[in-house]
Design a protein around this ligand. Structure first.
Ligand code: ZN
Length: 138
């Protein structure tokens, strides 16, 4: 696991569609899905291609590298997030193409910018059974 953070992790409830994704995340690998019919690479994982609805898809392990596509800094909130402020919610565009809604882990959220390179890190969930991908500046 990467850096410590006070930002709570979301509840993770794998489904048959997402089980492989969460197993890889627990091992520190970020997967996306590729449609073998039309070539679309997408996230979040689902059994059918969002473009052509094909069920001929396969898992692709990413390099875990991307850039900030958009971001927002939350400076004031309520429980259970008040100890975590300021924190960053962002869309990260992976080198492989898909954009993920995620968090950027940084001590200096005001220094983030669109296009900034980031890399994935994983934070163990509170129950210790899963890990969620987040990103940190390179
Ligand atoms: Zn497709």
């Amino acid at each position: 696991m990467a850096d410590e953070t006070t930002l709570p992790t979301p509840d993770v409830s794998p489904t048959p569609e997402t089980e492989t994704y969460w197993e890889a995340a627990a091992e520190g690998r970020l997967l996306v899905t590729e449609c073998t019919d039309c070539g679309r690479v997408y996230h979040p994982p689902r059994a059918r291609c969002p473009d052509c609805l094909s069920e001929d898809t396969e898992w692709v392990e990413t390099r875990g590298e991307g850039e900030v596509y958009a971001h927002s800094v939350t400076r004031q909130t309520g429980p259970p997030y008040d100890d975590a402020t300021p924190y960053v919610v962002a869309y990260v565009e992976l080198a492989e193409g898909p954009r993920l809604l995620t968090n950027i882990v940084t001590d200096d959220p005001g220094a983030l910018s669109v296009g900034q390179p980031v890399e994935v890190c994983f934070h163990e969930t509170d129950d210790g059974e899963h890990a969620v991908p987040r990103f940190e500046p390179v």
